[in-house]
Design a protein around this ligand. Structure first.
Ligand code: CTP
Length: 399
């Protein structure tokens, strides 16, 4: 399962670092390509040379490489298919949970898009301290896998939780974590729209909104991982789709997005409408740049087609449509109205009043409502973890 996988192994300061020699050997034996990143304190417990020999790669320790060039943490984070942080000290866990970035490993962690596995190692009381427990819950909510430490004799002589899981146990956890999940979405066609639309006023100007498309792309990635055939109708965004199962149809305006969605809808088992479609467009497009001759300029706008409503009317009994609602007031009431008016099956509500939710953020805090008015509230999470929650909810609807 690890054959050909690119793995960053991050080692932090703990006596359990000595066990990473065995872990690296195991990963290399499985034909993974391993790059080791060590914090300074980790080097007091095991030598970089040992890990370099075993991993067959230079060990990275700081932003400056041995040849004085730059160890590019962003490249490293994006290179990795998997990051394992083992042993993860209380200090590193606290920094990871809070976005602190004062060494190469933390910068790499913050830049990564791949799954992250964390194997804590520390003394009993440090592990049980409420701050450590809170940090672990935070990291789990970000979508990271925490491999629980073992109960046993600790280097301090104390007995209890805190011993890093053995290399064989870590590898067993990783196998389960990476194993393709059985999903009801496998081989289903999922239509997703994402991002903003741009409504042209003249050749130079347009009306748009702050949508970045991150939520829609995160759902597309997760659906593709679950084996769905994803059709992503995307407005202009900086996001990139990185999965062969995702076919992207690029559009600019609301009318182009409408046309593409209507065309693809017939084949879609599930449709997820995350796009911030402009509700109105200029009635008249000026083919010449509008000059600033008048003191006041009025633009007449006309209503665009509501894609969700249109698809809701066309929907067959087997199709599922999920809408989004971004609200600033009377959030649940407005979401309930939209689910009925647009004939949706689920609506994902996010409120601009919640810190960390809404445009541009890498996190989101959602509620999911169904047609019966039932509501599930979720914690603030990374958009990729939110994508999992949304797709889990959709899977529950598929028999
Ligand atoms: N939507 C759509 N087509 C539109 C407008 C919205 O498909 N022209 C979809 C959105 O993609 C989202 C849902 O409808 O899934 C709700 O969008 P939202 O902007 O919250 O609501 P609106 O219907 O536009 O109503 P209002 O702006 O009055 O809140």
């Amino acid at each position: 399962m690890l054959k050909g996988k690119k793995i960053v192994l991050g080692i932090t300061g703990s006596i359990a670092a000595y066990k990473t020699a065995t872990l690296v050997r195991f990963l290399v034996k499985e034909q993974a390509e391993v790059k080791v990143v060590m914090t300074n304190s980790a080097t007091q417990f095991i030598t970089p040379l040992t890990l370099s020999v075993l991993s067959k790669n230079p060990v990275l320790r700081s932003f400056e490489a041995a040849d004085k060039s730059w160890n590019n943490h962003v490249e490293l984070g994006l290179w990795a298919d998997l990051i394992i942080i083992a042993p993860a000290s209380a200090n590193t866990i606290a920094k990871m949970a809070n976005g602190i970035c004062d060494n190469l490993l933390l910068a790499c962690y913050l830049s990564a898009k791949c799954p992250i596995v964390i194997a804590p190692a520390m003394d009993l009381d440090m592990y049980l301290h409420p701050s450590t427990q809170k940090n672990l819950v935070t990291l789990q909510a970000f979508g990271n896998l925490i491999i629980p430490p073992n109960d046993g004799e600790l280097a301090s002589g104390l007995l209890g939780m805190g011993r890093m899981a053995e290399p064989e146990e870590i590898s067993a956890w990783i196998r389960v974590f990476l194993a393709p999940k059985k999903s009801k979405l496998t081989n289903r066609t999922i239509l997703i729209n994402a991002g903003p639309t741009r409504e042209a006023i003249d050749p130079v100007r347009y009306i748009s909104n702050h949508s970045t498309g991150k939520m829609g792309y995160a759902i597309a990635e997760e659906a593709a991982k679950r084996g769905a055939n994803v059709i992503l109708v995307s407005g202009i965004t900086h996001c990139k789709a990185n999965n062969a199962n995702i076919k992207v149809i690029h559009v600019i305006s609301a009318s182009e997005m409408t046309e593409a969605c209507l065309k693809q809808f017939e084949n879609a088992d599930v449709t997820i409408l995350t796009a911030a479609v402009a509700d109105y467009s200029p009635k008249n497009y000026s083919s010449h740049k509008i000059k600033k001759e008048e003191n006041n300029l009025s633009l007449e706008l006309v209503k665009n087609i509501d894609i969700a409503k249109e698809l809701g009317m066309q929907k067959s009994g087997k199709q599922i449509i999920v809408g989004f609602a971004l609200e600033t007031n009377n959030e649940v009431g407005n979401a309930k109205t939209k689910i009925t008016q647009k004939n949706l099956d689920l609506i994902v509500l996010n409120s601009l009043n919640d810190a960390g939710a809404g445009f541009g953020a890498d996190t989101n805090k959602i509620k999911i409502l169904n047609r019966l008015g039932e509501q599930k509230d979720f914690e603030l999470k990374s958009k990729s973890a939110v994508a999992k929650d949304i797709l889990d909810e959709i899977e529950l609807m598929i028999s």
